[in-house]
Write a protein that binds this ligand. Structure first.
Ligand code: GUN
Length: 283
C-alpha cells in the first residue's frame, strides 16, 4: 500500500485564501490586523523565518512591523519594546523570535507579552487556558497539526493517538489538543522503553522528537495517520523530518512530507491567531 500524502502547502493556501477574504471585509470596517515581529541578533534560520512572516503579512493584507535588534540589545531594552507594542493599538499580535541571545531570559520576555497579543500561545496564561480547555490563542505548530489531521477526514474521537516528543512548543500542546478532540493520548519521549510496541498501537502518530529519520516503518501500524513535525538540517544541507518518509509511506495511511507538510501550516496558524486577536480587539 502506498499512503496518501497530506499536502500542507495546499491546505495552507486554502486557509490563507479564506483569511484574505475576511481581512478584506474587516478592512472595509477600518480594521486591519497588525503583527509585530521582534528579532534579536542575526541567527540565519531566524532571519529566514522572520522574512517569511513579513511576507505572509504582506500577502494577506495585514499591517506588519519587524523590529530587528542588535545581538547585544539588553533585556531591559527588549522588555521596553514589548511594553510599547503591548500598548500600540495598530498591533494585535506580538511574536518575539526564539531563540534569544544567551544574556536574555526567554521566560521574562514571554511573560511580558500581553496575553491577548500572544499569537505564539507561549504565555503561561494561554498555556493554562489550553490545559483547562478555555478559549485561548493556540500555539501555531500544534494547531496546524490538528488542522492537517482534520483535513484527512479521519475521525480523532476514540482513536489512539501517540505523540513522540514532550517539548513545551509541540509535544505537550499537541497532546492536549488531541485530548480535546477526544482521542486517547499516549506520550513517548527519549526515555520511553519499548517505544515501537507503543507507537505500533497508534491510529494517529505525531512525531516531534527532533531526530532525523527516527521513525521507520517498524514503528507504524498499517494505515495509521503519520504527522511529522521534524525539521532537521542534514550535513549535506538537505532538510529531513523525524520520519523516514520513504519507508513509512509504504505502510502508513495519510502522511505529511518534509518539507511541505506541517511547516507551511505554522505561519498560516500564526496569521490566523493574529486575525482572531484583531477581531477580539475590535469586539
Ligand atoms: N523559533 C522557532 N519557531 C518559533 C516559533 O514558533 N515562535 C517563536 N517565537 N520563535 C520560534
Amino acid at each position: 500500500m502506498t499512503a496518501s500524502i497530506i499536502n500542507g502547502k495546499e491546505v495552507s493556501q486554502e486557509l490563507r485564501a479564506s483569511m484574505t477574504a475576511e481581512v478584506q471585509q474587516l478592512s472595509e470596517q477600518g480594521v486591519v490586523p497588525g503583527l509585530a515581529v521582534v528579532l534579536v541578533g542575526e541567527d540565519p534560520a531566524s532571519q529566514v523565518y522572520v522574512r517569511n512572516k513579513e511576507k505572509a503579512c504582506h500577502d494577506l493584507g495585514f499591517y506588519s512591523e519587524v523590529h530587528r535588534l542588535h545581538a547585544s540589545t539588553s533585556q531591559a531594552d527588549l522588555l521596553a519594546l514589548v511594553d510599547k507594542l503591548n500598548k500600540q493599538e495598530s498591533i494585535n499580535g506580538i511574536l518575539v523570535q526564539l531563540p534569544l541571545p544567551g544574556h536574555i531570559e526567554e521566560k521574562a520576555v514571554i511573560d511580558a507579552i500581553a496575553v491577548e497579543k500572544d499569537v505564539d500561545g507561549f504565555h503561561p496564561v494561554n498555556v493554562g487556558n489550553l490545559v483547562i480547555g478555555d478559549d485561548s490563542l493556540l500555539p501555531c505548530t500544534p494547531a496546524g497539526v490538528i488542522e492537517l489531521i482534520k483535513r484527512t477526514g479521519i475521525e480523532m474521537s476514540g482513536k489512539h493517538a501517540v505523540v513522540i516528543g514532550r517539548s513545551n512548543i509541540v509535544g505537550k500542546p499537541v497532546s492536549l489538543l488531541l485530548q480535546r478532540e477526544n482521542a486517547t493520548v499516549t506520550m513517548c519521549h527519549s526515555r520511553t522503553a519499548n517505544m515501537k510496541e507503543i507507537t505500533r498501537q497508534a491510529d494517529i502518530l505525531v512525531v516531534a522528537i527532533g531526530r532525523a529519520n527516527f521513525v521507520d516503518a517498524e514503528y507504524v501500524k498499517p494505515g495509521a495517520v503519520v504527522i511529522d513535525v521534524g525539521m532537521n538540517r542534514l550535513d549535506n544541507g538537505k532538510l529531513a523530518g523525524d520520519v523516514d518518509f520513504e519507508s513509512v509511506k509504504e505502510v502508513s495511511g495519510p502522511i505529511t512530507p518534509v518539507p511541505g507538510g506541517v511547516g507551511p501550516m505554522t505561519i498560516t496558524m500564526l496569521m490566523q491567531n493574529t486575525l482572531i486577536a484583531a477581531k477580539r480587539a475590535h469586539g
